[in-house]
Design a protein around this ligand. Structure first.
Ligand code: UTP
Length: 294
C-alpha cells in the first residue's frame, strides 16, 4: 500500500512580477478571491485532501503570510468583546492546528524547483504534495472535490508520482508544462514525457501541468544538483523528467477548473467563478454582471 500523503509544500517565494504594482508590497498569494486570500483557498484545498502539515517556502516581503496563519490576539479579543462570535469562530476554524505549519525561506528566487528543494528537511523521507499557491481550483461533479483530493485519490489507486493536468487550447500549449499520455486508466493515465513551455506546434498533447503534484522524496536528490533549465531557473519539471527515468508518473485529469490568479485575467475570472458559488452574493453578482454586459 502507498504511504499516506500528510505534508504539503506551498512555494510562496516568487516575485509576482506579472501583477505589479499590486504585488510591490503585498504578496500575490495574499490578494483576495472574494473575501479569502488566494493562499487560504489553497490551504483549504489541502485540508480537504487530508493534509496535516503545511510547509510554506517564503521569501523577503512575505512576513504577512506567517501572520495570516497565526492567532491575531487583539483582533480576536475585540471580536469576542463585541459579540461577533460568528466572525471569531470563522477565523479560528481557518487556523492550522498548533505545530502543523512550518515556514522556511528561499533566500533567492532561483526557480520553483529550488523552492521545493528548500522544504527537504521539513518533508523528510516520505511522499508529499506540492500546491502552486497562485492556482485556485473549483471541482465539478457531485462531490465538487478540488484538485488535490482528486490527485490523492489517483495516488492511492496507482501509487508513484502524480501530476494533475487540465486541457488547454492547442494554441496556448507553449505557455505551460505539457505531458505525453501513455496507457490510459480513465481519470488517470501513465505519463511518458513532460516538457516545459514547448515551442509552438511541438507540444505532445494539450494537457497542461496545472499546479498540483504528489512527489516521492527521491525528487530532492535530483533537485540538489541545482541544474538550471528554461529561463535560467531551477525547474521542477526538469527534475520530474529525470525522476521519471526510475519511477512511475501518473497524470490525473482534474474534473473541474483551475484559475491562475498570478495573471490579471485569471485573477478576475477566479473572483467571478468563486463569487458565483457563494450563496450570500451569487444573485447580486449575477445582477451586476448582467448590468455590465448591458
Ligand atoms: P510563477 O513563475 O508563477 O511565480 O511561479 P512568480 O515568479 O511569482 O510570478 P511572475 O511570473 O513573476 O508574475 C509559480 C509558483 O512558484 C513560486 C511562486 O511563488 C509561484 O507561486 N516560486 C517561483 C517560488 O516560490 N520561488 C521561485 O524562485 C519561483
Amino acid at each position: 500500500m502507498s504511504k499516506r500523503i500528510r505534508k504539503a509544500v506551498f512555494p510562496v517565494a516568487g516575485l509576482g512580477t506579472r501583477f505589479l504594482p499590486a504585488t510591490k508590497a503585498v504578496p500575490k498569494e495574499m490578494l483576495t478571491v472574494v473575501d479569502r486570500p488566494v493562499l487560504q483557498h489553497v490551504v483549504d484545498e489541502a485540508r480537504e485532501a487530508g493534509i496535516e502539515h503545511f510547509i510554506f517556502v517564503t521569501g523577503r516581503n512575505k512576513g504577512v503570510i506567517e501572520d495570516h496563519f497565526d492567532i491575531a490576539y487583539e483582533l480576536e479579543d475585540t471580536l469576542k468583546k463585541r459579540g461577533k462570535i460568528k466572525e471569531y469562530d470563522a477565523l479560528i476554524a481557518d487556523l492550522p492546528p498548533a505545530g502543523a505549519a512550518s515556514f522556511t525561506r528561499q533566500q533567492a528566487p532561483l526557480g520553483l524547483g529550488h523552492a521545493v528543494w528548500c522544504a527537504r528537511e521539513i518533508v523528510g523521507d516520505e511522499p508529499f504534495a506540492v500546491l502552486l499557491p497562485d492556482m485556485v481550483t473549483l471541482g465539478n461533479g457531485p462531490k465538487k472535490s478540488r484538485c488535490l483530493a482528486q490527485a490523492v485519490e489517483a495516488y492511492e489507486a496507482h501509487g508513484g508520482n502524480v501530476i494533475a493536468v487540465e486541457e488547454v487550447p492547442p494554441e496556448e500549449t507553449h505557455q505551460y508544462g505539457i505531458v505525453s499520455v501513455g496507457k490510459d486508466f480513465g481519470a488517470a493515465f501513465e505519463i511518458t514525457g513532460m516538457v516545459e513551455k514547448p515551442p509552438r506546434g511541438t507540444a505532445p498533447s494539450n494537457l497542461m501541468i496545472s499546479g498540483r503534484y504528489i512527489l516521492q522524496p527521491e525528487i530532492f536528490d535530483i533537485l540538489a544538483k541545482g541544474e538550471k533549465g528554461a529561463g535560467g531557473e531551477i525547474q521542477l519539471t526538469d527534475s520530474m523528467v529525470t525522476l521519471s527515468g526510475s519511477q512511475a508518473f501518473h497524470g490525473v485529469r482534474f474534473d473541474g477548473k483551475t484559475y491562475d490568479t498570478g495573471s490579471k485575467l485569471g485573477f478576475l475570472a477566479a473572483n467571478l467563478a468563486f463569487g458565483l458559488t457563494r450563496p450570500d452574493i451569487a444573485d447580486g453578482l449575477k445582477a451586476e454582471i448582467a448590468k455590465l454586459l448591458g
